[in-house]
Ligand binder design. Structure first.
Ligand SMILES: NC(=O)c1ccc[n+]([C@@H]2O[C@H](COP(=O)([O-])OP(=O)(O)OC[C@H]3O[C@@H](n4cnc5c(N)ncnc54)[C@H](OP(=O)(O)O)[C@@H]3O)[C@@H](O)[C@H]2O)c1
Length: 266
């Protein structure tokens, strides 16, 4: 247990960017940590730093979440660890290319890391969370969860899966004390941009947030009880309108016959 007895927080993709800041902020809040990513040296260094800085325990689990055997190993470790009180499904890949130019390997990696892994890891912690009726799952989506740019089609599709999965799970658990938060950052200054094929320097600096601001806003949102957090959206009413339209569209489809504009029904 951490110094303030918060239990164990699992942060995937803790070796850089948003995940690294989550690890720091959660340690500051008194969580012990389980840091997951591929780059062992970075995880070891972060673990040492956080233990010294915040006086918590920080374990590491080196794994490639895009690899089935590794994912199963991590899932089993999470499922059997009753200390876990919080999971941040943050690890993600972001290759940005038009669909005609993206390789099948990149597509597989996007789906495996951004979708399969977050689903498996969520399912791994859920039984203990629901049994105890406590616990928090934070899934990192994107402003591109509900929007596709010409070079982000596959990435956006994976983030759309993540968003609907998270919103659906939130609704399934609404009568429990298990918390689910979907975080939807816009452009944030991390290594993902270089890896995506578009350097962050190519973006309008006015549209780019620091990872620290992104995580601090997301955690402030969690503290306020938000289940959907857009760190950079000033007018949350824009999302509320969109969300209400989603519901209306679902109801409008419960019609049992083709719409009259198709002139098929007399
Ligand atoms: N930065 C943005 O503009 C932005 C905007 C919206 C959403 N997001 C989302 O925020 C999340 C974090 O990204 P970031 O911006 O912080 O990027 P980042 O600095 O590149 O961090 C990505 C993290 O994911 C880990 N990761 C990637 N592939 C992995 C794999 N196969 N197995 C295990 N870990 C893996 C990386 O660790 P290793 O390489 O050590 O494995 C790294 O720690 C992602 O889900 C991303 O889609 C980012």
């Amino acid at each position: 247990m951490g110094t303030q007895g918060k239990g164990l927080a699992v942060v995937t993709g803790a070796s850089s960017g948003i995940g690294k800041i989550y690890a720091d902020r959660l340690a500051k809040r008194g969580f012990d940590l389980l840091l997951v990513a591929r780059r062992k040296q970075r995880l070891e260094q972060l673990s040492q730093e956080l233990q010294q800085k915040h006086g918590v325990k920080a374990e590491i689990l080196v794994a490639d979440l895009g690899n089935s055997a590794d994912l199963e190993r991590v899932s089993k470790a999470l499922a059997s660890d009753e200390r876990i009180t919080l999971l941040v499904n943050n690890a993600g890949v972001g290759e940005l290319k038009p669909t005609t130019a993206i390789s099948l390997d990149a597509v597989n990696s996007l789906i495996d890391v951004n979708n399969k892994a977050i689903t498996h890891l969520t399912l791994a912690v859920l039984p203990n969370f629901t049994k105890r009726n406590s616990g928090t799952i934070i899934n990192i989506g994107s402003i591109l969860s509900f929007f596709a740019l010409p070079m982000s089609t596959v990435y956006s599709a994976t983030k759309a899966f993540l968003a609907i999965f998270t919103i659906g799970l939130r609704d399934e658990l609404k009568d429990t004390d298990v918390k689910v938060q979907l975080v939807l950052p816009a452009a944030t200054e991390t290594e993902i941009w270089e890896l995506s094929g578009i350097p962050v320097a190519a973006l309008d600096p006015k549209t780019v947030m620091t990872a620290e601001h992104c995580v601090d806003a997301a955690l402030a949102g969690l503290d306020k009880g938000e289940t959907i957090t857009y760190p950079s959206v000033e007018n949350f009413g824009v999302f509320e309108e969109f969300d209400a339209a989603r519901g209306k569209l679902f109801v409008a489809g419960q019609n049992g016959k083709p719409a009259s504009r198709y002139n098929l029904t007399k």
